[in-house]
Ligand binder design. Structure first.
Ligand code: NAG
Ligand code: NAG
Ligand code: NAG
Length: 485
């Protein structure tokens, strides 16, 4: 009996030790962390630079693909050739002016650029260049996207099987849906799944090299069926959606709105942070249109940033849109902000969905300022949690994740910081609310852009927190509020 008790106590002690070992940041739990990214492609592990991807595909599939996908030396050049060999009427994209003033990486325009090593051209895997940007958990899969802003990124969209990697700190990425279909996507910043089992993203189509960006294919909305892992459609934006050659560099997120549970009646809202607009896509109409408003611009007084030991100025406009639950008429409040801003704005989705509304003389008045989140609260992505009515923010300006309960005034007093760390929460590049969890990825991006990552240290982190645990005892917790009347 006492032996059993001793056994139990020992087990408890072991559990406590394990729990202590669990890496935490504020109220978040670290799920994964990487010094450098690795890939698992058809059971071949890519642990260091690879010149060719030849032997990574099943030989039968490879033969069918006829070397196009895997002839790495010529791969991008071949694809560009295919693009430029289209008749010019179908190919307005490649004739865009090359005024596309390249930026060292997408979110800056103001530093000197370094000429990329031309040896890198077309190389299959250059480990250092693989910087994860987007992250989203859907069921037992974690999607990780790496926009192609350098050579040597095998696939821009990848996943990690969460069930198979419970005890792995730095799991390898698997191409989504597989290496062949995955190579059809040029460059994806962030994904979002909807309630209909579909995964939405913008493929910017752009190989966003610092000095010489190459528009491989036209920018498009791409949607996958998560049950069959096959592409449902690729909707090419209209030329009126893309006002400038550098607009594709700004299509870094997508927000999906399924109307009344009808999967065939779905809208997507795509912020354009580079040339300041929202592109609205209607699935039912298979059509898109572009909206303008001054609130989509950056705030010139909020552009001086100090991240990861680097001081610089950015000018990114509207970056993230998050939706409240629908009202009785099926429309929702859409909250949005520019990255270079500490203010939050709102507009009703009824307005976004109405393609003629922008000609209404009241159009400009139908957007509103919600409030200011406080100093250094410049934020990439934000996400609304329905049960708590709280929005979570990925704050790059202060290496933090914060929250605000949407039923309170938006001001400094009503915003709580939930986790903050100069190193482990440096540049939280994506934040996603899924079920009752908040997932965050931080990638130290300014250091990659302005100096060099230390590949002996952890550079990329993914965290998870439960909404109730995160907000407990903060101003975002409803139990802190008395109801009025
Ligand atoms: C790649 O895209 C092209 C054009 O959209 C399509 O015809 C082809 O089937 C795709 N290939 C794969 C492997 O998905
Ligand atoms: C959607 O519109 C595009 C032209 O913008 C067309 O090429 C495509 O076939 C259409 N898709 C459907 C499903 O009608
Ligand atoms: C769309 O906007 C126009 C202009 O404001 C308005 O007249 C029309 O009623 C709106 N349509 C819908 C369906 O709300």
């Amino acid at each position: 009996m006492s032996q059993l008790l001793r056994g139990c106590l020992l087990l408890l002690a072991v559990h406590a030790a394990l729990a202590q070992n669990m890496r935490r940041l504020g109220k978040f739990e670290e799920v994964f962390a990487w010094k450098q990214m690795t890939y698992n492609i058809n059971d071949n592990l890519l642990l260091s630079d690879r010149f060719s991807g030849d032997n990574l595909a099943d030989s039968r599939v490879k033969r069918q693909s006829d070397g196009l996908v895997f002839n790495e030396e010529a791969n991008w050049q071949q694809l560009s050739f295919l693009e430029s060999s289209l008749p010019s009427s179908q190919n307005s994209w490649s004739s865009l002016p090359s005024a596309n003033k390249p930026r060292p990486f997408s979110q800056t325009r103001t530093t000197t650029t370094r000429r990329p090593n031309t040896d890198e051209a077309g190389r299959f895997f250059i480990q250092y260049n693989n910087v994860p940007m987007g992250m989203e958990r859907v069921g037992n899969r974690l999607f990780i996207s790496l926009p192609r802003r350098r050579y040597g990124i095998p696939t821009t969209l990848n996943y990690i099987d969460l069930d198979q990697n419970v005890n792995t700190r730095s799991p390898a990425l698997n191409p989504y849906p597989d290496i062949l279909q995955g190579r059809n996507l040029t460059s994806v910043y962030r994904t979002r799944a909807d309630e209909c089992g579909r995964l939405w993203m913008v493929d910017t189509g752009l190989l966003e090299l610092p000095v010489n960006p190459i528009q491989i294919q036209p920018p498009a909305i791409v949607v996958f069926d998560l049950n069959t892992d096959s592409q449902i459609f690729r909707y090419q934006f209209k030329s009126t959606d893309i006002p400038a050659a550098n607009t594709p560099t700004g299509l870094a997120s997508i927000t999906v709105d399924v109307i009344g549970g009808d999967c065939s009646n779905t809208f997507a809202y795509v912020p354009d942070l580079t040339t300041f607009g929202i592109i609205v896509f209607s699935l039912r109409d298979n059509d898109s249109w572009r909206l303008s408003h001054n609130f989509f611009s950056f705030n010139p007084t909020a552009g001086a940033l100090n991240i990861a030991g680097h001081r610089f100025q950015w000018s990114d406009g509207i970056f993230s849109i998050t939706l409240r639950e629908p009202e009785a008429n099926g429309c929702r409040t859409a909250y949005f902000h520019a990255l270079v801003s500490t203010q939050e704005f709102a507009v009703n989705t009824c307005l976004l969905r109405n393609r003629t509304a922008s000609s209404d003389s009241n159009y400009w008045q139908m957007y509103s300022l919600v409030g200011d989140r406080g100093s250094n609260s410049q934020s990439t992505m934000h996400g609304y949690h329905q049960g708590s009515q709280v929005i979570f923010f990925a704050d790059i300006g202060r290496d933090a994740v914060s929250c605000w309960k949407t039923t309170t005034n938006l001001d400094t007093a009503h915003v709580a910081i939930l986790a903050q760390d100069k190193q482990r929460m440096s540049y939280p590049s994506d934040l996603h609310v899924t079920g009752d969890e908040v997932w965050v990825i931080a990638n130290t991006l300014p250091r990659f852009g302005y100096s060099r990552l230390d590949t002996n240290e952890y550079n990329f982190y993914i965290y998870r927190g439960r909404v109730n645990d995160l907000i407990a005892g903060t101003v975002c917790d409803s139990s802190n509020y008395m109801t009025f009347g």
